[in-house]
Design a protein around this ligand. Structure first.
Ligand code: ATR
Length: 280
């Protein structure tokens, strides 16, 4: 729709940002609800981030999403952040408050859990241990969300063990750090397997992990969504495990920001998935 002088504006700050699917995601919801608003890509170099983020309230922005490589810097730039964002050490959603201050939250873990709940309604976080592969920024949000949702144990394994140990020390709770070489054995008795590494992504090597110890009732998910069906998901599905792809995590993590900026609670639908996926 045509923008008025009262249009509300939000965007996504990243570097590079041209591959971000967030403008498609929020653009779909803005059109769907006929909202007088816009959501734009905001390419911001790392050295310019601090100044750029301070400018958001001055430019009258409703807020912004923050993506690679700015999520940690965004935490430092906020006037106030949610306790969850502080624990994770990263902010992905900024809200400009009426007094000109910046509030930051992290909705990646919310997106992760909502995606699993929507994609596999029978799954319960409390049902059993979760094996989480990887210890990057995404893993931090995933592990915090699982523990907060009542998951009895997270078995965390990463190529660089120190990074997993650091994550476990930062978040606390029932996290067992497992050596990367022992990742196959860690699957025994698990209720959930999550890949948060870049392995399996288009252009990256596949994830080298035999699934035979994983219980048939375990849910398998990959936060990689290009390709939508990774080698891991295809192999899990072939042996009868329930699987949920990673696209929904992106879609669901956008919901709290959209509601804060534009005042409408958006839904994740098949039409939205198709629009965000597009032809790539
Ligand atoms: P994000 O913030 O999106 O999670 P990241 O911080 O770059 O991304 O983390 C990428 C994850 O993929 C890390 O867990 C990384 O392992 P290291 O901590 O050892 O780097 C993992 N990863 C990337 N390439 C890998 C590979 N070839 N083998 C095993 N793990 C790999």
């Amino acid at each position: 729709m045509m923008l008025s002088g009262k249009a509300r504006v939000a965007g996504v700050m990243g570097w590079p940002v041209s591959h971000s699917r967030s403008p498609r995601l929020h653009g779909f919801w803005l059109r769907e609800h006929g909202i007088d608003g816009a959501y734009v890509p905001l390419p911001v170099r790392p050295e310019d981030f601090a100044a750029a983020v301070r400018a958001l309230p001055k430019l009258g922005f409703a807020g912004a999403n923050v993506t690679v490589p700015h999520k940690e810097a965004a935490l430092a730039a906020c006037d106030e952040v949610s306790p969850l964002a502080r624990r994770i050490g990263a902010v992905n959603t900024l809200v400009c408050r009426p007094d000109g201050s910046l509030w930051g939250d992290n909705t990646d873990g919310f997106g992760f859990l909502e995606n699993l709940r929507a994609g596999c309604p029978g799954w319960r976080p409390e049902a059993g241990p979760a094996v989480v592969l990887g210890a990057g920024g995404a893993a931090r949000a995933v592990v915090a969300a699982l523990l907060d949702a009542g998951c009895p144990q997270v078995r965390l394994t990463n190529r660089t063990r120190d990074r997993a140990a650091e994550l476990a020390a930062d978040l606390g709770g029932a996290i067992e750090v497992v050596a990367w070489e022992e990742r196959r054995a860690a699957l025994a008795g698990a209720g959930l397997l999550v890949n948060t590494t870049t392995l399996g992504m288009t252009g990256a090597p596949p994830l080298d992990l035999a699934l035979d110890p994983l219980p048939a009732a375990a849910l398998v998910t990959d936060i990689v969504y290009a390709p939508l069906v990774t080698d891991l998901l295809a192999r899990a599905q072939a042996r009868g495990n329930a699987v949920v792809d990673g696209l929904g995590m992106l879609l669901h993590q956008g919901r709290p920001g959209f509601e804060a900026w534009f005042g409408v609670r958006p839904e994740v639908t098949p039409a939205l998935r198709a629009a965000v996926l597009g032809d790539a």
